[in-house]
Write a protein that binds this ligand. Structure first.
Ligand SMILES: [Zn+2]
Length: 72
């Protein structure tokens, strides 16, 4: 049972890593294909530092500024 289960488990993880992270991680946001699952993804400019990035969150404040306590 383990011999069959283990390889499949690894394969699933590799597929997920390739499409979720490694595939487009090095590309700028403009060149990344839009994830079909997140239709609410939008391009915003952080009011705290001016960073332009894609997010599906309701706030425009980026993660870094949010840590610093910056709000809109
Ligand atoms: Zn910011």
């Amino acid at each position: 049972m383990d011999c069959v289960k283990a390889p499949r488990d690894v394969e699933d993880r590799l597929v997920q890593c390739t499409c979720m992270k490694d595939g487009f991680a090095a590309l700028p946001p403009e060149l990344r294909p839009r994830p079909k699952k997140k239709s609410s993804l939008r391009k915003v400019t952080c009011p705290g530092c001016g960073l332009v990035y894609w997010t599906n969150r309701k706030t425009d404040v980026c993660m870094e500024c949010e840590k610093k306590g910056v709000t809109e």
